[in-house]
Structures are given as structure tokens and as C-alpha cells.
Design a protein around this ligand. Structure first.
Ligand SMILES: [Zn+2]
Length: 413
């Protein structure tokens, strides 16, 4: 019986993606709406992603830990912006063992609160700092519109959490982990991401600054593929995370958090996949090409094995680089340096607009309302976006006031 063919990406990108994920047996829909089951092939890919990241986290001094899934509901209410941001997505447990609980528990949407609570007990002096932790787990966010790997009620990720004595050190950590994500995306997943700062409207609930890596999918839409947050002293104040400095004065810590999830699998599929199906970057692909060395004599054995090894190294290099180059060329071809609102509107139809913006949340909100494009990030390296210099300054594409930055706008997953 003939296999039913995938729709082409041009016909229906969304359906191409859905069918590909199912047919390649990466994941399946769970009996509970919005949940996914990651199948062995998908999980093997995730394990390779985990290994590549975990190695980098340990090389930068972080240790793995495990905090519980259940968090007292009162914890989430202690940081004002955090509770506002996460309330609509919370799953709450009110009954346990057949009894109504004295205090409802939430299924963690992220773990800043419980970690802050424990740090207030563990951190006493500057000698206890920095604290550099990471945990691999799953979290629950009650999303309304879901899509396999990209947005599901429960998803798998890592969440890094660190506490520092100074603001500068915490900002340095935030930027370091953004660099780690960028390095992973470029050198393992072959995805040319744009690292940059989010707007106030798009930042993490409770953060002072959020950085992200943004990638362009095969349909020209954006996918936020990893985030790193400078949390200032917001959580340290809410949870009384304090330390005695070298002069004996009590200070609040400065904290960070950073996360990358199974969303990355969705990014890999949508960046590299083609009309034939799945294309995986060789450094993290679960199934590699098989090279069979054939020799008759011992003399031949050594030279044949060497040739096979050389061929393997060459294939992984070459394939990785050609996937990366192709994705970068696609992203640059579909990113327009726009200077007027009309140009922006046209650009976001099928890609990114790289446009001057005054920094106002009002302009950002109007652009979103009128074009469905969101401010993805202010790229740290403005020249890398298009591979050439872009004009600085200018006038905001929406209001015409002097621009503060040139920012990426695009429709997003
Ligand atoms: Zn403006």
C-alpha cells in the first residue's frame, strides 16, 4: 500500500510539520488535550541535545540538582510580576489522598520561587556565592493553543538558576548562558540564531532583562529557541535571599535563570526539514550514516579503517556546515532592512523586518495588533543579522520619533 505523502511545505507548512512529527515517530498526541508523548526516536534526539548542553553547563561551573514538581501556591504569589504572568497558565492541586489540602499546590511552571525559598536557608555569606545550579525536568503551563514540541501543556527542558554577590556578575552570567545557547544552536543544531534582548512586553514575568536566541523557521516565522534572564534582586527580595558581604553588611543576592526546552526539536525540524521529510543535523542525529570498512589482509585493514574514519569526519563536517549555510542564506534572504511602516508590513508577510524602533511599548503593541508581528529581539550584533552594516538611528517605523534601536519584528510560533 502506498504511503500517504506529506503535503509540501509550500502547500501547507503547518500540516507538513504536524504530519512529519507523527510519521517520523518523533512524538504523538496524548489522551489529555495539549499533552504530547515523546517517542523513542524523538527522545534519543532530546538525549543528544541534553548531552551537548549538559557538557557546556558543567564546563561553565554549574551542578545539576532536582527540586520537586509540587510548589505551595503561596510561593508563586510572592513576586508580583511573576504571579501576574503565570496565573493564567497554572495547574492547581487541591485534593491529595482524598482530602482537601490546607494549602493548594501548583504543578511547577518554572522553579524560581521554590529555589529562592531554599536559597534563603542555604546562603549566608559571600563565601557561599555564587550558587550555580541547573535541573533537567518537565514543567506544566496550561496553554490553550498547542502544537507538538512547540507548545504543549507539559514540556521537557532544563532550567538553570544562579545567585551572585553583585549585579555585574549576574549580568555576566546571563550573557554567558546566552552565548552557551548560541554556541549550541550554531555548532550542534546548525541553526543560525539571532541572540538579542527582548522588549519589556515580551520579557519573562519577574525579570529585569530577558535575552533570547531567535530562529527563522522554513516558513519565515520566528521561534524563540532559548532564553536567559537577569532577575535583578526581584526574587531575592521576595524570598529574602541575603548574604553577609565582606564588610559584614547584609545584602540581597542578584539572581539569574535560563532555559532551553524540547521546543528546540521543533526548531530543528522546521529549519532543516524539506518536502521529502526529516533532515537532522549530524552532530545530534540519533541515526548516523553507516560506513562499512571492507578489507582482505591485515595490511589493507589499517589503511581502510583510516580512510573510513577520515570519510566519517569529513561527512559530519561538510553536512553540518552545508545545513548551517543553507539556513543562514534563507534567513538573510527573508530578512528585510525596513525603514517605513509599509516596508515592515510587507516584510513580515514572509519573514523578518529589521526596523528602527523608538523603544515604546505603545508602538510595539500597535504593530502587533495591526500586523500580527511581535518584537522578537534587539540583536546584540546588528551586523550579523544581514551580514553587513545597517544604518543606525533613523526614525521609528511606527511613530516617526527618533529610534532607540534597530529590532527584529516577525510573526512567531
Ligand atoms: Zn515608535
Amino acid at each position: 500500500m502506498a504511503e500517504e505523502k506529506l503535503p509540501t511545505r509550500a502547500e501547507d507548512f503547518s500540516e507538513w510539520y504536524n504530519q512529519l512529527v507523527l510519521k517520523a515517530q518523533l512524538a504523538d498526541y496524548a489522551p489529555v488535550r495539549g499533552c504530547m508523548i515523546v517517542r523513542p526516536y524523538g527522545w534519543a534526539l532530546w538525549e543528544n541535545i541534553q548531552a551537548a548542553l549538559d557538557k557546556r553547563f558543567k564546563a561553565t561551573g554549574h551542578q545539576n540538582v532536582a527540586f520537586p514538581l509540587l510548589i505551595p501556591k503561596s510561593f508563586i504569589e510572592k513576586e508580583k510580576h511573576h504571579v501576574e504572568g503565570f496565573s493564567p497558565e497554572l495547574a492547581v492541586v487541591t485534593i491529595g489522598g482524598g482530602e482537601e489540602l490546607a494549602e493548594p499546590l501548583i504543578l511547577r511552571p518554572t522553579s524560581e520561587t521554590i529555589i529562592g525559598h531554599m536559597w534563603s536557608k542555604w546562603i549566608q555569606s559571600y563565601r557561599d556565592l555564587p550558587v550555580l545550579m541547573n535541573q533537567w525536568n518537565s514543567v506544566i503551563r496550561w496553554e490553550l493553543r498547542t502544537k507538538l514540541f512547540l507548545r504543549t501543556l507539559e514540556f521537557y527542558w532544563q532550567e538553570g538558576h544562579t545567585a551572585h554577590a553583585t549585579r555585574e556578575e549576574a549580568i555576566g552570567e546571563t550573557r554567558q548562558m546566552l552565548d552557551v545557547y548560541t554556541d549550541f544552536a550554531v555548532n550542534e543544531a546548525a541553526i543560525p540564531v539571532i541572540p538579542g534582548a527582548k522588549s519589556d512586553a515580551e520579557k519573562f514575568a519577574g525579570a529585569d532583562v530577558t535575552y533570547s536566541i531567535e530562529a527563522m523557521m522554513g516558513d519565515g516565522k520566528a521561534l524563540q529557541s532559548g532564553t536567559s534572564h537577569f532577575l535583578g534582586q526581584n526574587f531575592a527580595q521576595a524570598f529574602e535571599v541575603k548574604y553577609l558581604d565582606q564588610n559584614g553588611a547584609l545584602q540581597h543576592c542578584w539572581t539569574t535563570s535560563w532555559g532551553l526546552s524540547t521546543r528546540m526539536i521543533g526548531a530543528i525540524i522546521m529549519v532543516h526539514g524539506d518536502d521529502q521529510g526529516l533532515v537532522l543535523p549530524p552532530r545530534i542525529a540519533p541515526i548516523q550514516a553507516v560506513i562499512v570498512p571492507i578489507y582482505k589482509t591485515d595490511e589493507e585493514k589499517a589503511s581502510v579503517l583510516k580512510a573510513a574514519k577520515d570519510l566519517k569526519a569529513q561527512l559530519i563536517k561538510e553536512i553540518h556546515q552545508s545545513l548551517y549555510d543553507k539556513a543562514l542564506a534563507f534567513r538573510r534572504a527573508n530578512t528585510r532592512e525596513t525603514n517605513t511602516y509599509d516596508e515592515l508590513k510587507k516584510a513580515v508577510e514572509g519573514g523578518f523586518a529589521f526596523a528602527p524602533w523608538c523603544g515604546s511599548g505603545d508602538c510595539e503593541a500597535k504593530i502587533k495588533e495591526e500586523t500580527r508581528a511581535t518584537m522578537r529581539c534587539i540583536p546584540i550584533d546588528q551586523t550579523a543579522v544581514l551580514g553587513r552594516e545597517v544604518a543606525a538611528g533613523g526614525a521609528c517605523v511606527y511613530c516617526g520619533k527618533p529610534a532607540r534601536d534597530r529590532a527584529i519584528f516577525g510573526r512567531a510560533y
